[in-house]
Design a protein around this ligand. Sequence first.
Ligand code: SF4
Length: 221
Amino acid sequence: MSSRDAGGDGPPVPDLIPDRPTLKTVRDAASDCRACDLYKRGTQTVFGEGPRRAEVMMVGEQPGDAEDLAGHPFVGPAGHLLDRALEQAGIDRSLVYVTNVVKHFKWEPRGKRRIHAKPNSAEITACRPWLETEIALVKPRILVCLGATAAQALLGRAFKVSQQRGRFVESDLAPLVTATVHPSSILRARDDDTRRMEMKRFVGDLAKVAARIRGSKDPTD
Ligand code: SF4
């Protein structure tokens, strides 16, 4: 499926990226993006945020309801859970650049609520050059995919987060690349015990990232 299958009525993303991009100019350019139909559904483009030379980049699927309204990534319930997990894992949140593979919120109405809908591969393909530009500019030493959509978009469709989470894999994207679950999956756990267990596993995966930040290899890796 090509990015042209994603609809949209504006130029494709590569045509919008400035010749000598900086995070600021790319963010500004993305704010007017109409390269796929998702711009009609979301309130605004939600671009990545964090230090220009962040050591760690975390990539999720797409902004959620709260992010769509606020215009900032990972500021809703899943973002708060990520903040807690980073703290427990010993990762300084201010070192981390957070972003998503798709920059507009895709949702379906359910009563008065806007329910998350998974972006399709054409939408992911259409939006991907924004993420590629973020990676090229930030040059993170460690890249962490959060959830299956990000992992399969960046590491290939055969990647299975359930089986390969927490491991570092070969990739051209960054010197160290790994994947774990998306924090929203922990919020959706069926009961408190499962949620606690999943949070523990999530923090365990992030602790391996923390060990790499400290420059020591986790012996359980
Ligand atoms: S989802 Fe991405 S490609 Fe589609 S309109 Fe938004 S920024 Fe552009």
